[in-house]
Design a protein around this ligand. Structure first.
Ligand SMILES: [Cu+2]
Length: 122
């Protein structure tokens, strides 16, 4: 029984540590995931931690799977957790994927993606 409770205590500790140092991730974005918007002038990603310098890539991919040209990744001067790329020119209507990658405090590479769509202009 002692071994079991020790194991349980170790597990509880592991859970606590995991909760105290959550995995690096995305907290919000502009455009937000799964929304329909006018063509954005930039893609903004707010992370849960300030990403490691130079670790973030943000790729914009159109519905046909082609990479859309963007500016370089920039960190906001005031908010170290906000990274963005500029979008040059208007995006045509349709679905887009934002694929991002970055490294947080624990040194792990985390990557994910989300989609948004550009609404048809009237
Ligand atoms: Cu991690």
């Amino acid at each position: 029984m002692k071994a079991i409770s020790k194991g349980a205590a170790a597990l509880a500790m592991a859970v606590l540590v995991a909760a105290a140092t959550p995995h690096f991730g995305l907290s919000k974005s502009m455009p937000a995931a799964d929304t329909s918007v006018d063509s954005p002038e930039q893609i903004q990603l707010w992370f849960t931690q300030a990403p490691e310098e130079g670790s973030v890539t943000i790729r914009l991919i159109d519905a046909g799977g082609d990479l859309v040209e963007t500016g370089d990744v920039e960190r906001d001067a005031e908010d170290g957790k906000l990274m963005s790329v500029s979008v040059d020119g208007a995006l045509s209507a349709g679905a887009y994927t934002v694929a991002w990658r970055g490294i947080g405090d624990d040194g792990h590479v985390v990557s994910s993606d989300f989609t948004f769509s550009v609404a048809e202009q009237n």
